[in-house]
Design a binder for this molecule. Sequence first.
Ligand code: MF3
Ligand code: CO
Length: 250
Amino acid sequence: MAVTIKSEQDIAAMRRSGRLLAEVHEVLREAVRPGITTGELDEIGEKAIRDRGGIPNCKNYEGYPAAICISVNEEVVHGIPRKDRYLEEGDIVSFDTGMIVDGWHSDAARTWGVGFITPELKELIQVTEDCFYKGIACARAGRHLHEISRAVAKEAKAHHFGVVRDLTGHGIGRELHEDPAVPNYWIATPGMRLRAGMTICVEPMITLGTWKVGWLDDEWTVVTLDGEPAAHYENTIAITDGEPEILTIL
Ligand code: MF3
Ligand code: CO
């Protein structure tokens, strides 16, 4: 899948998809509480997507069985929601989901605490978001792709957190996953030059311990190998000649 350049009209359509997705994330955030199951949260999220005229783009993606990827604590990404998976006070939970509106994809992830969480987990969640913002600070036409990667990695390293390397961000548009891949770790090569009209997902996955991950037997859930918690933060952004535009916020 090649890199695609979007027109102003295309970006406007992706902005509509993105804004609606931001609303869905608000619905999910408000539903988080101790005692709720990830299965219930998936139902709430899928309804929120469909109520807004969207199609959940995770559902049936390479056979993924749910609308929302819900990952708890040491689960990094692609956790599968379950009716018997109860959230508990002190957990952290990541929602990664996207939707198709008028043929255009949006994709975003957020991590929230369940009730009161430790200061260490609060810091993990905050730094993961900060990594995203540091990354996109250099996301503009004429700059190089791997400058984003290095800026993300640098911020995580400054806090001695781990950066997951086995999954990356990606281009997005009429397809959920387009070129280029957007790594979160330090790469010496500059990578491609960014152009106005590119739309990409920048999605740091940051861990409290090791960056090394494994896959569970369900063939989806990615977990940290040391069992320490991980956070995920993602937005769909549009590259412009100036500041990048975040499409998946309200
Ligand atoms: N939203 C995810 C991403 O960032 C997509 C996960 S694919 C799924 O690429 F099948 F797990 F949903
Ligand atoms: Co993504």
